[in-house]
Write a protein that binds this ligand. Structure first.
Ligand code: BG6
Length: 492
């Protein structure tokens, strides 16, 4: 039996995001967001962005493709858009939070929809939108659940994408900061943990950034604006409440070289840098030399304002939040047939690991490795704000859902976290499994890919009565929290 428990105040909980969970798409004054114009999909049929041109013609593209310059957000009445209802937290918040409380959550991570608070993303406020979050936060606090707020998770008000080309414009920084200031002030005494942008390293394309072009120049300029916005938000937040803990959030996919061949090792180093870049800027407060050199080589010129470097240096984050689902492999000789789909990217297959039904490598030890690598490099508290297994769940005739595969996955990952804390001395402050209640998959837009401890009766086409049901993993996780992790460690 492993002893040496998790820290006493460890934040066990769960995580969701507005565009995948909330629904209530145009309810009570909310404006459309970019995520509202992406159709559903499956593993084999990709999600599509629908748009309209100035002459009224409509079109659609996959998210990897650029949109025509003048394309505007368009909701096609004949398409199904999963975000419009999602799994309807908007109308089930009381019931869902009661279930989170029943599991004993110490915290709950969710995002505040920018277009619910500022329907166009501008400085026009929607008081009814704020009231929704007042209720949610008060309900959490009633159960002593610490709210952990992601300020921006994978979408933006459609108006900003249509009128300003999203984050390619500096104007978007100003609007974003107005949104931040509004919620910082409103929840000054109720929310302590914030994180600015979800998975900042993999943000790309129109849905996440509102940009119509996908070229690296536009992309990195947009990312620069996001860095400035995030750093400035930290500065503003700290003035409002110096005790705020404001973090960044990165999609952490550690990369291993396939072997000791130097070319593979170098490729792996470069893969890892692609995500360390975001932590380097947000934790250290400046652009790292390797990225500046890369920009020079590629002819990318970041246009900065005089104060930007000072803002980046001042607005460094208090902690690193990260998602961890899988690891990846670098193999310079990999052929198309050696590649597998991972979290929003294609990577070489690791023959030593099993994979989920969606091909994501399952690597609990990789979580320990990641925790150590990140902590060794930055020495700031780490918060694992996403981890989980997307799987097909079956409702048995007696209504039970026996998701032993999920329990097994979590057990191994919790053991790995424990090892990182007790054997490597990493400062981990919390763990919020992703999609603690079933929600729409970000990658594929389907419901079949379920992560939750709680089942939601809804299918890929949006059919179902949205009723909630506890899965087997619900009681298992409840026990884990009750015993501060011990019950997950007692299994050999
Ligand atoms: C992360 C995102 O990339 O992974 C979530 O922050 C997402 O929004 C999660 O849902 C799992 O990915 P997917 O594609 O299985 O939903």
């Amino acid at each position: 039996m492993m002893t040496n428990k998790f820290p006493d105040n460890f934040l066990w909980g769960g995580a969701t995001a507005a565009n995948q969970y909330e629904g209530g798409y145009l309810a009570d004054g909310r404006g459309a967001s970019t995520a509202d114009a992406i159709t559903g999909g499956t593993q084999t049929s990709p999600r599509m962005i629908t748009y309209q041109l100035l002459d009224g013609t409509t079109g659609k593209v996959t998210r990897e493709k650029a949109l025509p310059t003048n394309a505007k957000t368009y909701i096609d009445p004949d398409q199904y858009y999963p975000s419009h209802i999602a799994t309807d937290f908007y109308h089930h918040w009381k019931e869902d939070i009661a279930l989170f409380a029943e599991m004993g959550f110490k915290c709950y991570r969710f995002s505040i929809s920018w277009s619910r608070v500022c329907p166009k993303g501008t400085k026009e406020l929607n008081e009814d939108g704020l009231k929704f979050y007042d209720q949610v936060i008060d309900e959490l606090l009633k159960y002593d659940i610490e709210p952990v707020v992601t300020i921006n998770h994978f979408d933006m008000p459609a108006y900003l994408a249509d009128e300003f080309d999203g984050w390619s414009s500096r104007k978007t920084i100003e609007y974003f900061l107005f949104f931040c200031e509004t919620i910082f002030n409103r929840y000054r005494d109720k929310v302590k943990y914030w994180m600015t942008f979800n998975e900042i390293n993999i943000l790309r394309s129109w849905t996440q950034l509102g940009i119509h072009s996908n070229d690296p120049q536009t992309l990195y300029q947009a990312k620069h604006h996001i860095f400035v916005a995030s750093a400035k938000a930290v500065e503003i937040g700290k003035k409002i409440n110096k005790d705020f803990q404001i973090g960044m959030m990165v999609c952490y996919i550690p990369n291993y070289p396939k072997n000791c061949r130097p070319e593979n090792v170098l490729e792996s180093l470069q893969f890892n840098r692609e995500l360390e870049f975001y932590m380097d800027v947000q934790v250290r407060g400046y652009y790292p030399a390797y990225k500046i050199k890369e920009f020079e080589r590629k002819g990318i010129k970041i246009s900065k304002e005089a104060d930007d470097d000072r803002i980046l240096a001042k607005g460094t984050v208090d902690y690193i939040g990260f998602s961890y689902y899988m690891s990846s492999v670098s193999d310079v000789d990999a052929q198309e047939s050696d590649m597998v789909i991972g979290n929003q990217m294609k990577v070489a297959k690791n023959p030593y690991l099993e994979a989920s039904d969606w091909g994501w490598a399952i690597d609990p030890m990789g979580l320990r490795i990641s925790l150590s690598k990140i902590y060794d490099r930055y020495q700031v508290p780490l918060f694992i704000v996403e981890n989980g297994l997307g799987a097909y769940d079956k409702v048995e005739d007696d209504g039970s859902i026996n998701d032993d595969y999920r329990i097994d996955y979590f057990q191994k990952h919790i053991q790995a976290i424990h090892e990182a804390i007790t054997l490597d001395g990493v400062d981990v402050i919390g763990y919020t499994p992703w999609g603690c209640i079933d929600l729409v998959s970000a990658g594929t837009g389907e419901m079949d890919k379920r992560y939750g401890f709680i089942y939601v009766n809804l299918d890929n086409e949006g059919e179902g009565d949205l009723s909630r049901k506890r899965k087997k993993s619900f009681d298992w996780y409840k026990k884990v929290i009750e015993t501060n992790g011990q019950s997950a460690l007692d299994v050999q």
